[in-house]
Design a protein around this ligand. Structure first.
Ligand code: NAD
Ligand code: UD1
Length: 337
Protein backbone atom coordinates (compact mmCIF):
# COMPACT_ATOMS: atom_id res chain seq x y z
CA UNK A 1 0.00 0.00 0.00
CA UNK A 2 1.41 3.34 -1.05
CA UNK A 3 1.37 6.41 1.21
CA UNK A 4 2.12 9.93 -0.03
CA UNK A 5 3.98 12.11 2.48
CA UNK A 6 3.92 15.87 1.93
CA UNK A 7 6.81 17.51 3.80
CA UNK A 8 8.24 14.05 4.37
CA UNK A 9 11.85 15.18 4.69
CA UNK A 10 11.05 17.42 7.66
CA UNK A 11 11.49 16.63 11.35
CA UNK A 12 8.27 14.69 12.01
CA UNK A 13 7.77 13.45 8.44
CA UNK A 14 11.21 11.80 8.25
CA UNK A 15 10.76 9.91 11.53
CA UNK A 16 7.29 8.86 10.45
CA UNK A 17 8.56 7.68 7.06
CA UNK A 18 10.96 5.31 8.81
CA UNK A 19 8.23 3.82 11.00
CA UNK A 20 5.70 3.57 8.14
CA UNK A 21 8.27 1.89 5.84
CA UNK A 22 9.18 -0.53 8.63
CA UNK A 23 5.50 -1.51 8.85
CA UNK A 24 5.61 -2.59 5.19
CA UNK A 25 3.94 0.38 3.47
CA UNK A 26 5.47 1.97 0.36
CA UNK A 27 6.28 5.65 0.68
CA UNK A 28 6.43 8.52 -1.82
CA UNK A 29 7.66 11.85 -0.48
CA UNK A 30 7.08 15.31 -1.88
CA UNK A 31 9.01 18.19 -0.32
CA UNK A 32 10.24 21.55 -1.61
CA UNK A 33 13.21 21.53 0.82
CA UNK A 34 12.16 24.91 2.23
CA UNK A 35 12.96 23.58 5.72
CA UNK A 36 14.80 20.33 5.15
CA UNK A 37 17.80 18.83 3.40
CA UNK A 38 17.93 16.31 0.57
CA UNK A 39 20.38 14.15 2.55
CA UNK A 40 17.48 13.10 4.81
CA UNK A 41 16.13 11.02 1.92
CA UNK A 42 19.26 8.84 1.87
CA UNK A 43 19.15 8.53 5.64
CA UNK A 44 15.56 7.23 5.49
CA UNK A 45 16.59 4.69 2.84
CA UNK A 46 19.67 3.68 4.82
CA UNK A 47 17.75 3.20 8.08
CA UNK A 48 15.02 1.08 6.48
CA UNK A 49 16.79 -0.62 3.59
CA UNK A 50 13.77 0.36 1.47
CA UNK A 51 13.42 2.42 -1.66
CA UNK A 52 11.46 5.68 -1.36
CA UNK A 53 9.91 7.72 -4.17
CA UNK A 54 10.77 11.43 -4.07
CA UNK A 55 9.62 14.58 -5.88
CA UNK A 56 11.18 17.94 -5.12
CA UNK A 57 8.04 20.00 -5.67
CA UNK A 58 5.96 22.63 -3.93
CA UNK A 59 2.56 21.27 -2.88
CA UNK A 60 1.16 24.71 -3.76
CA UNK A 61 2.11 24.00 -7.40
CA UNK A 62 -1.02 22.18 -8.52
CA UNK A 63 0.35 20.99 -11.87
CA UNK A 64 3.45 19.51 -10.26
CA UNK A 65 1.29 17.80 -7.63
CA UNK A 66 -1.01 16.43 -10.32
CA UNK A 67 1.97 14.79 -12.01
CA UNK A 68 2.72 12.95 -8.76
CA UNK A 69 -0.84 11.58 -8.64
CA UNK A 70 -0.72 10.67 -12.35
CA UNK A 71 2.52 8.77 -11.91
CA UNK A 72 1.29 7.11 -8.70
CA UNK A 73 -2.35 6.18 -9.34
CA UNK A 74 -2.20 3.70 -6.44
CA UNK A 75 -1.78 6.22 -3.59
CA UNK A 76 -3.84 4.74 -0.76
CA UNK A 77 -3.39 7.54 1.77
CA UNK A 78 -1.82 10.97 2.19
CA UNK A 79 -0.07 12.20 5.33
CA UNK A 80 0.02 15.97 5.07
CA UNK A 81 2.97 17.38 7.04
CA UNK A 82 4.00 20.14 4.63
CA UNK A 83 3.64 23.64 6.04
CA UNK A 84 5.38 26.47 7.79
CA UNK A 85 5.41 26.23 11.58
CA UNK A 86 7.13 29.18 13.26
CA UNK A 87 4.67 31.22 15.32
CA UNK A 88 6.70 34.47 15.41
CA UNK A 89 7.37 34.39 11.68
CA UNK A 90 3.66 33.82 11.04
CA UNK A 91 2.87 37.06 12.88
CA UNK A 92 5.38 38.96 10.71
CA UNK A 93 4.45 37.21 7.42
CA UNK A 94 0.80 36.20 7.74
CA UNK A 95 0.10 35.93 4.00
CA UNK A 96 3.08 33.65 3.50
CA UNK A 97 1.63 31.34 6.17
CA UNK A 98 -1.96 31.47 4.94
CA UNK A 99 -0.85 30.83 1.34
CA UNK A 100 1.49 27.96 2.03
CA UNK A 101 -0.49 26.20 4.74
CA UNK A 102 -3.91 26.59 3.09
CA UNK A 103 -3.25 26.32 -0.66
CA UNK A 104 -1.24 23.13 -0.12
CA UNK A 105 -4.29 21.54 1.51
CA UNK A 106 -6.73 22.78 -1.17
CA UNK A 107 -4.49 21.33 -3.90
CA UNK A 108 -4.13 18.02 -2.13
CA UNK A 109 -7.86 17.63 -1.61
CA UNK A 110 -8.55 18.48 -5.26
CA UNK A 111 -6.07 15.80 -6.34
CA UNK A 112 -7.45 13.25 -3.89
CA UNK A 113 -10.93 13.97 -5.25
CA UNK A 114 -9.78 13.63 -8.87
CA UNK A 115 -7.61 10.54 -8.39
CA UNK A 116 -9.91 8.76 -5.98
CA UNK A 117 -7.69 8.75 -2.91
CA UNK A 118 -9.81 8.15 0.18
CA UNK A 119 -7.58 8.64 3.21
CA UNK A 120 -5.83 11.68 4.67
CA UNK A 121 -4.01 12.19 7.94
CA UNK A 122 -3.34 15.81 8.84
CA UNK A 123 -0.69 17.35 11.14
CA UNK A 124 -2.66 19.56 13.48
CA UNK A 125 -1.45 20.98 16.76
CA UNK A 126 -2.28 21.52 20.41
CA UNK A 127 -2.24 25.20 19.49
CA UNK A 128 -5.84 24.88 18.19
CA UNK A 129 -7.20 24.62 21.74
CA UNK A 130 -8.62 27.68 23.47
CA UNK A 131 -7.00 28.53 26.81
CA UNK A 132 -8.39 26.20 29.42
CA UNK A 133 -8.36 26.11 33.19
CA UNK A 134 -9.05 22.40 32.93
CA UNK A 135 -6.28 19.93 32.10
CA UNK A 136 -5.71 17.51 30.45
CA UNK A 137 -7.13 18.79 27.18
CA UNK A 138 -9.67 16.52 25.53
CA UNK A 139 -10.52 16.54 21.83
CA UNK A 140 -13.98 18.01 22.52
CA UNK A 141 -12.67 21.09 24.36
CA UNK A 142 -13.29 24.55 22.82
CA UNK A 143 -10.99 25.69 20.02
CA UNK A 144 -9.42 29.09 19.34
CA UNK A 145 -6.17 30.24 17.80
CA UNK A 146 -4.17 33.30 18.79
CA UNK A 147 -1.75 33.74 15.88
CA UNK A 148 -1.69 33.21 12.09
CA UNK A 149 0.12 29.86 12.35
CA UNK A 150 -2.45 28.55 14.80
CA UNK A 151 -5.26 29.86 12.61
CA UNK A 152 -3.92 27.96 9.60
CA UNK A 153 -4.12 24.76 11.67
CA UNK A 154 -7.64 25.57 12.82
CA UNK A 155 -8.82 26.58 9.32
CA UNK A 156 -7.27 23.43 7.86
CA UNK A 157 -9.18 21.36 10.37
CA UNK A 158 -12.43 23.07 9.27
CA UNK A 159 -11.61 22.59 5.57
CA UNK A 160 -10.93 18.88 6.09
CA UNK A 161 -14.07 18.42 8.19
CA UNK A 162 -16.20 20.19 5.54
CA UNK A 163 -14.61 18.06 2.79
CA UNK A 164 -15.31 14.86 4.69
CA UNK A 165 -18.88 15.99 5.28
CA UNK A 166 -19.62 15.73 1.55
CA UNK A 167 -17.16 12.92 0.79
CA UNK A 168 -18.48 10.42 3.28
CA UNK A 169 -16.34 7.63 1.87
CA UNK A 170 -13.15 9.59 2.63
CA UNK A 171 -11.42 9.02 5.95
CA UNK A 172 -9.96 12.12 7.59
CA UNK A 173 -7.83 11.81 10.71
CA UNK A 174 -6.72 15.02 12.40
CA UNK A 175 -3.78 14.44 14.72
CA UNK A 176 -3.19 17.19 17.28
CA UNK A 177 0.46 16.96 18.24
CA UNK A 178 1.62 18.28 21.59
CA UNK A 179 5.35 19.14 21.93
CA UNK A 180 7.48 16.79 19.84
CA UNK A 181 11.13 16.54 20.89
CA UNK A 182 13.83 13.86 20.71
CA UNK A 183 15.42 12.15 17.76
CA UNK A 184 15.90 8.79 16.10
CA UNK A 185 17.98 6.30 18.11
CA UNK A 186 20.53 6.11 15.29
CA UNK A 187 21.42 9.76 15.88
CA UNK A 188 20.99 10.30 12.14
CA UNK A 189 17.57 11.97 12.08
CA UNK A 190 16.46 14.84 14.28
CA UNK A 191 15.53 18.49 14.44
CA UNK A 192 18.05 21.13 13.47
CA UNK A 193 16.36 24.49 12.92
CA UNK A 194 18.15 27.26 11.06
CA UNK A 195 19.31 30.23 13.12
CA UNK A 196 18.58 30.73 16.80
CA UNK A 197 15.86 28.27 17.86
CA UNK A 198 12.57 29.50 19.30
CA UNK A 199 11.56 26.24 20.91
CA UNK A 200 12.90 24.87 24.15
CA UNK A 201 14.68 21.60 23.29
CA UNK A 202 16.48 22.85 20.16
CA UNK A 203 17.68 25.84 22.20
CA UNK A 204 18.90 23.62 25.06
CA UNK A 205 20.78 21.42 22.59
CA UNK A 206 22.61 24.40 21.12
CA UNK A 207 23.63 25.51 24.60
CA UNK A 208 24.84 21.96 25.33
CA UNK A 209 27.15 21.91 22.30
CA UNK A 210 28.45 25.40 23.05
CA UNK A 211 26.78 27.23 20.16
CA UNK A 212 24.76 29.35 22.59
CA UNK A 213 25.85 30.51 26.03
CA UNK A 214 22.86 29.79 28.26
CA UNK A 215 19.13 29.13 28.25
CA UNK A 216 16.76 31.94 29.14
CA UNK A 217 13.90 30.43 31.13
CA UNK A 218 10.90 32.50 30.13
CA UNK A 219 9.30 33.24 33.50
CA UNK A 220 9.27 31.49 36.89
CA UNK A 221 6.03 32.95 38.19
CA UNK A 222 3.54 30.73 36.38
CA UNK A 223 0.92 28.82 38.35
CA UNK A 224 2.86 25.56 38.15
CA UNK A 225 4.79 23.37 40.60
CA UNK A 226 8.08 25.30 40.17
CA UNK A 227 6.79 28.46 38.47
CA UNK A 228 8.07 27.57 34.98
CA UNK A 229 5.83 26.65 32.05
CA UNK A 230 4.51 23.08 31.83
CA UNK A 231 4.05 21.25 28.50
CA UNK A 232 3.37 17.75 27.21
CA UNK A 233 6.63 16.69 25.51
CA UNK A 234 6.34 13.64 23.30
CA UNK A 235 9.21 11.70 21.73
CA UNK A 236 9.09 12.13 17.95
CA UNK A 237 9.38 8.35 17.43
CA UNK A 238 6.29 7.83 19.63
CA UNK A 239 4.57 10.53 17.57
CA UNK A 240 5.59 8.71 14.37
CA UNK A 241 4.05 5.55 15.77
CA UNK A 242 0.77 7.46 16.21
CA UNK A 243 0.69 7.91 12.43
CA UNK A 244 1.30 4.20 11.87
CA UNK A 245 -1.62 3.46 14.21
CA UNK A 246 -3.85 5.95 12.35
CA UNK A 247 -2.92 4.36 9.00
CA UNK A 248 -3.63 0.90 10.35
CA UNK A 249 -7.05 2.07 11.47
CA UNK A 250 -8.10 3.18 7.98
CA UNK A 251 -6.71 -0.04 6.49
CA UNK A 252 -8.67 -2.07 9.03
CA UNK A 253 -11.80 0.09 8.97
CA UNK A 254 -12.45 1.63 5.53
CA UNK A 255 -15.49 3.37 7.01
CA UNK A 256 -13.58 5.24 9.70
CA UNK A 257 -14.94 8.65 8.59
CA UNK A 258 -13.74 11.67 10.59
CA UNK A 259 -11.54 11.19 13.66
CA UNK A 260 -9.64 13.66 15.82
CA UNK A 261 -6.91 12.49 18.20
CA UNK A 262 -4.52 14.19 20.58
CA UNK A 263 -1.01 12.78 20.41
CA UNK A 264 0.74 13.48 23.69
CA UNK A 265 1.85 11.57 26.76
CA UNK A 266 -0.68 12.96 29.23
CA UNK A 267 2.18 14.09 31.47
CA UNK A 268 3.26 17.70 31.89
CA UNK A 269 6.90 18.63 32.51
CA UNK A 270 8.17 22.08 33.48
CA UNK A 271 11.05 23.92 31.82
CA UNK A 272 13.21 23.13 34.87
CA UNK A 273 12.26 19.42 34.69
CA UNK A 274 13.60 19.42 31.14
CA UNK A 275 16.83 21.25 31.99
CA UNK A 276 17.49 19.09 35.05
CA UNK A 277 16.81 15.80 33.24
CA UNK A 278 18.92 16.94 30.28
CA UNK A 279 21.83 17.73 32.62
CA UNK A 280 21.40 14.44 34.52
CA UNK A 281 21.57 12.24 31.43
CA UNK A 282 24.06 14.18 29.32
CA UNK A 283 26.38 15.75 31.93
CA UNK A 284 26.09 19.20 33.41
CA UNK A 285 26.04 21.09 30.11
CA UNK A 286 23.20 23.59 30.30
CA UNK A 287 23.31 26.77 32.36
CA UNK A 288 20.18 28.87 32.62
CA UNK A 289 18.98 32.26 33.76
CA UNK A 290 15.48 33.29 34.68
CA UNK A 291 14.19 35.84 32.14
CA UNK A 292 10.94 37.68 31.45
CA UNK A 293 7.85 35.78 30.32
CA UNK A 294 7.48 35.27 26.55
CA UNK A 295 4.33 37.06 25.37
CA UNK A 296 1.51 34.63 24.58
CA UNK A 297 2.83 31.77 26.74
CA UNK A 298 0.47 29.97 29.09
CA UNK A 299 0.98 28.24 32.45
CA UNK A 300 0.41 24.71 31.35
CA UNK A 301 -0.81 22.57 28.52
CA UNK A 302 -1.03 18.79 28.39
CA UNK A 303 -3.08 16.22 26.58
CA UNK A 304 -5.52 13.52 27.34
CA UNK A 305 -4.49 10.82 24.88
CA UNK A 306 -7.16 8.42 26.16
CA UNK A 307 -9.14 8.54 22.94
CA UNK A 308 -6.13 7.65 20.77
CA UNK A 309 -5.29 4.84 23.18
CA UNK A 310 -8.82 3.42 23.11
CA UNK A 311 -9.48 3.79 19.39
CA UNK A 312 -6.11 3.27 17.70
CA UNK A 313 -4.01 1.65 20.45
CA UNK A 314 -1.62 4.59 20.67
CA UNK A 315 0.53 4.90 23.78
CA UNK A 316 3.75 6.88 24.16
CA UNK A 317 6.43 4.66 25.67
CA UNK A 318 9.60 6.74 25.74
CA UNK A 319 10.71 8.63 28.84
CA UNK A 320 11.86 12.21 29.29
CA UNK A 321 15.40 10.84 29.74
CA UNK A 322 15.10 9.12 26.31
CA UNK A 323 13.97 12.42 24.78
CA UNK A 324 16.86 14.39 26.31
CA UNK A 325 19.49 11.77 25.45
CA UNK A 326 18.46 11.34 21.81
CA UNK A 327 18.06 15.10 21.21
CA UNK A 328 21.62 15.67 22.40
CA UNK A 329 23.05 12.72 20.43
CA UNK A 330 21.60 14.14 17.22
CA UNK A 331 22.80 17.66 18.02
CA UNK A 332 26.35 16.40 18.62
CA UNK A 333 26.33 14.76 15.18
CA UNK A 334 25.19 18.07 13.68
CA UNK A 335 27.48 20.38 15.60
CA UNK A 336 28.59 23.24 13.36
CA UNK A 337 32.19 22.57 12.43
P1 NAD B 1 9.38 20.75 9.36
O1 NAD B 1 9.49 22.16 8.94
O2 NAD B 1 10.59 20.04 9.87
O3 NAD B 1 8.79 19.88 8.16
C1 NAD B 1 7.90 20.41 7.20
C2 NAD B 1 8.42 19.98 5.82
O4 NAD B 1 7.52 20.47 4.84
C3 NAD B 1 9.80 20.55 5.51
O5 NAD B 1 10.62 19.49 5.02
C4 NAD B 1 9.55 21.59 4.41
O6 NAD B 1 10.62 21.67 3.50
C5 NAD B 1 8.27 21.04 3.77
N1 NAD B 1 7.38 22.03 3.14
C6 NAD B 1 6.87 23.17 3.68
N2 NAD B 1 6.06 23.76 2.80
C7 NAD B 1 6.02 22.98 1.69
C8 NAD B 1 5.36 23.05 0.44
N3 NAD B 1 4.55 24.07 0.14
N4 NAD B 1 5.56 22.07 -0.48
C9 NAD B 1 6.39 21.03 -0.20
N5 NAD B 1 7.05 20.91 0.97
C10 NAD B 1 6.86 21.87 1.90
O7 NAD B 1 8.20 20.67 10.44
P2 NAD B 1 7.77 19.47 11.39
O8 NAD B 1 8.17 19.84 12.78
O9 NAD B 1 8.20 18.19 10.84
O10 NAD B 1 6.19 19.62 11.32
C11 NAD B 1 5.41 18.89 10.40
C12 NAD B 1 3.97 19.35 10.51
O11 NAD B 1 3.52 19.17 11.85
C13 NAD B 1 3.76 20.83 10.18
O12 NAD B 1 2.53 20.95 9.49
C14 NAD B 1 3.66 21.48 11.55
O13 NAD B 1 2.88 22.65 11.51
C15 NAD B 1 2.97 20.39 12.34
N6 NAD B 1 3.23 20.49 13.79
C16 NAD B 1 4.54 20.54 14.22
C17 NAD B 1 4.80 20.67 15.58
C18 NAD B 1 6.21 20.78 16.09
O14 NAD B 1 6.39 21.21 17.23
N7 NAD B 1 7.23 20.38 15.34
C19 NAD B 1 3.74 20.70 16.49
C20 NAD B 1 2.43 20.62 16.02
C21 NAD B 1 2.20 20.51 14.66
C1 UD1 C 1 5.26 25.79 20.61
C2 UD1 C 1 4.56 26.64 19.58
C3 UD1 C 1 3.12 26.16 19.42
C4 UD1 C 1 3.06 24.67 19.13
C5 UD1 C 1 3.76 23.94 20.26
C6 UD1 C 1 3.77 22.44 20.04
C7 UD1 C 1 5.70 28.79 19.78
C8 UD1 C 1 5.63 30.18 20.29
N1 UD1 C 1 4.63 28.03 20.03
O1 UD1 C 1 4.70 26.14 21.85
O2 UD1 C 1 2.50 26.85 18.37
O3 UD1 C 1 1.73 24.23 19.06
O4 UD1 C 1 5.13 24.40 20.34
O5 UD1 C 1 4.76 22.08 19.19
O6 UD1 C 1 6.67 28.38 19.15
N2 UD1 C 1 10.93 28.25 26.86
C9 UD1 C 1 11.92 28.86 27.59
N3 UD1 C 1 13.05 29.30 26.94
C10 UD1 C 1 13.21 29.16 25.58
C11 UD1 C 1 12.20 28.51 24.84
C12 UD1 C 1 11.06 28.08 25.50
O7 UD1 C 1 11.81 29.00 28.80
O8 UD1 C 1 14.25 29.59 25.05
C13 UD1 C 1 9.73 27.74 27.56
C14 UD1 C 1 8.42 28.36 27.09
O9 UD1 C 1 8.13 29.52 27.83
C15 UD1 C 1 7.43 27.22 27.37
C16 UD1 C 1 8.27 25.94 27.17
O10 UD1 C 1 9.62 26.36 27.28
O11 UD1 C 1 7.00 27.23 28.72
C17 UD1 C 1 8.07 25.29 25.81
O12 UD1 C 1 8.26 26.26 24.79
P1 UD1 C 1 8.28 25.86 23.23
O13 UD1 C 1 9.23 24.74 23.02
O14 UD1 C 1 8.49 27.11 22.45
O15 UD1 C 1 6.82 25.25 22.98
P2 UD1 C 1 5.36 25.91 23.25
O16 UD1 C 1 5.47 27.23 23.86
O17 UD1 C 1 4.55 24.90 23.96
Amino acid sequence: MKVLFTGGLGYIGSHTAVEVLNEGFDVVIVDNLSNSKIGVLDTIKKLTGKDVGFYQIDVCDKDALEKVFQENPDIFAVIHFAGYKAVGESVREPLMYYENNMISTFNLLRMMEKYNCKNIIFSSSATVYAQSEIMPLEETFPLAATNPYGRTKLFNEHVLIDYQNVHKDTNVILLRYFNPIGAHDSGLLGEDPNGIPNNLMPYICKVAVGELDHLNVFGNDYKTKDGTGVRDYIHVVDLADGHVKALQKVVREPETGLKIYNLGTGVGYSVLDIVNTFNEVNGDLVKYEIAARRPGDIDECYASSKLAEEEIGFKATKTLADMCRSSYEYQKNNKKK
